[in-house]
Design a binder for this molecule. Structure first.
Ligand code: FAD
Length: 549
């Protein structure tokens, strides 16, 4: 068996190592266009900030080590330029010596990744404007930063640019993020990004939502970035991080099927439209695990797993790829935001019925020092309770909860399973009723109709005459510190004695800080014959939708 792999980083290197473990006899050649294989793309932003202090740490392994351990023939600085499927030959260029030669294959695995988008704007090629994909890119950015950048403009408010923003702030650089959409981090639902936006402001990052670059000019001081809004931003460093597209020219030239957004199409065994050619990683179109529709999700975990699976299939171990559920996480200083499965936006777009709940627990027992609060949003099927997606934002412990929920989605669990889930507990790690259980209790209670719930955005979108009667059941002090406009205050402990103050001809929306006292109030009022619903997730959820200030 002669196996050729194109691309030697996440998907390609995983495929190569797995291939050797499965076959000592196979001839395995890895072609990599760049000088490095198996480097840590995900660590690049932290090298700019100095958190990762030495460049060596970004090199997970080298061609020499791959040769010693796996007897792999790794050829860096060698680009595969064409595939001749009839002759089962690849045409490659040795970029160091500018020599072109052919190499035959029995099986081919394509792992070419995705290239950053670089819009053809006037001035885009001026010095000082970068994209970030590999070590050479990060070298250029770091060198620039080391030589004195005062102002940076980051185009795009996605994961990589937010990570860069943190690192530029750590280097004392005045940083502006320009994002065309009305929210940052578009895989998330907008309200879940509110705490990250607040943290950006707190750290001095300027955020310009709903705006975009229209061109760049050179100035004696560096660059000027012109925005569609008419604003002009001075900068010595610009990083374009507005998304990626599959690095697919090779596949297209070879006539392999690609999807509408350029992703190489593969079957469940990761075989392309040519059964002798497999494809993995950021370059492929995958099936959304929850929505069961084609999508493109560029993440390291899926790329690595797909590499293994493609190698399995090449060597006759029939293994299917289940699809990608888009589990992703971002740290921004002390804040963490994470997602798995479908967002509410995606469910709406796909016209899938769903319900949602928010809970705002602490990451471990509240009485134990250092408890940090988080928000979890859970999306599930209205009838079966099957979990469709989850998002979390807060500090410590968000990663653990989203990982548990990712596993629950992977196993097609329901919110009723979350009620029963037995998780680690000692006060410094969790709660006897873990945030996962809490989310399960609230969601399951909703399906059982224990507590009718209204969603805050539905209430806010209604014409004033159609709005329910807003009842704030928190203490007077909490109410005085901020409440939903139009709400009247009756603390939950006084409610039974003040029922005459409430309307019987109008729906009541009760709320507290996080939803728990609102739930108790709902139970009291429901049994007293009122038409009442709990405002899901309480005042904290309202504040996610309508941030203060
Ligand atoms: P890559 O790892 O990009 O490897 C593709 C390789 O193929 C490239 O090195 C390229 O040079 C080579 N190649 C392409 N065409 C040819 C050719 N014709 N001939 C020879 N070689 C070729 N994901 C996460 O899940 N978490 C993170 O925290 C995270 N952070 C990231 C931070 C940054 C700055 C970047 C850039 C990405 C990050 N990612 C993260 C995404 C993750 O790195 C990718 O999803 C993953 O690397 C994709 O693996 P891949 O094998 O498909 O492509």
């Amino acid at each position: 068996m002669k196996l050729i792999i194109v691309g030697g980083v996440a998907g390609g290197a995983s495929a190569a190592a797995r291939a050797r473990r499965l076959s000592e006899d196979a001839e395995i050649i890895v072609f990599e266009r760049g000088p490095d294989v198996s480097f840590a793309n995900c660590g690049l932003p932290y090298y700019v900030g100095g958190e990762i202090a030495t460049r060596d740490k970004l090199l997970v392994t080298t061609p020499e080590r791959l040769k010693a351990r796996f007897r792999l023939d790794v050829r860096p600085q060698t680009a595969v330029e064409a595939i001749d499927r009839q002759r089962k030959i690849v045409c490659v260029r040795d970029l160091l010596h500018n020599r072109v030669y052919e190499e035959s294959y029995d099986k081919l695995i394509l792992a070419p990744g995705a290239a950053p988008l670089r819009p053809p704007l006037p001035g885009i090629d001026l010095p000082g404007i970068y994209t970030l994909r590999n070590l050479q890119d990060v070298d250029r950015i770091k060198q620039k930063v080391d030589h004195g950048v005062r102002q940076a403009v980051l185009l795009g408010g996605g994961f990589i640019n937010l990570e860069l923003a943190e690192n530029l702030v750590r280097r004392g650089i005045a940083t502006t993020i320009v994002e065309k959409n009305t929210q940052i981090l578009t895989p998330f639902d907008p309200e879940m990004t509110t705490p990250i936006v607040e943290e950006l402001h707190a750290r001095g990052v300027t955020l310009r939502l709903g705006d975009a670059a229209e061109g760049f000019t050179a100035t004696p001081d560096g660059l000027r970035v012109r925005l569609l809004s008419g604003a002009e931003l001075p900068a010595q460093l610009v990083v374009v991080g507005i998304g990626v597209r599959p690095d697919n020219p090779l596949a297209v030239q070879a006539g392999l099927a690609v999807g509408p957004r350029g992703g190489i199409q593969v079957n469940e065994y990761l075989q392309t439209s040519d059964p002798d050619i497999y494809a993995v990683g950021d370059a492929i179109e995958v099936t959304d695990y929850v929505l069961n529709e084609p999508t493109q999700i560029p993440l390291a975990g899926p790329a690595n797993r797909q590499g293994r699976i493609a190698a399995d299939n090449v060597f006759g171990r029939q293994t299917s790829y289940r699809g990608t559920q888009g589990t992703a996480i971002l740290g921004f200083f002390q804040r963490t935001i994470a997602i798995t499965g479908a967002s509410e936006k995606a469910l709406r777009r796909a016209n899938r019925p769903y319900r949602k709940i928010y809970v705002h627990p602490t990451h471990h027992a509240g009485y134990y020092p250092g408890a940090e609060s988080m928000t979890l949003k859970l999306l599930f099927e209205p009838d079966t309770g099957k979990i469709l997606g989850a998002q979390g934002v807060g500090g410590a412990g968000v990663d653990k909860r989203i990982d548990v929920l990712a596993a629950a989605i992977q196993g097609w669990m329901t919110v009723f399973d979350l009620e029963e889930m037995e998780l680690c507990y000692a006060p410094q790690f969790g709660s006897a009723k873990d945030p996962i259980n809490m989310a399960g209790f609230v969601a399951a209670g909703l399906i059982r109709d224990d507590h009718p719930q209204l969603d805050i955005e539905v209430v806010l979108a209604a014409a004033p005459s159609d709005r329910p009667f807003l009842l704030d059941v928190r203490t007077e002090t909490e109410y005085a510190a901020g409440h939903i406009p139009g709400a009247i205050n009756i603390p939950v402990d006084e409610l039974r004695n003040r029922l005459q103050e409430l309307p019987r001809d109008r729906e009541i929306a009760a709320y507290c800080q996080v939803g728990q006292r609102g739930y108790i109030a709902t139970r009291i009022l429901k049994q007293a014959g009122f038409r009442v619903a709990n405002l899901g997730g309480g005042y904290k959820t309202y504040r996610l939708h309508c941030p203060a200030g």
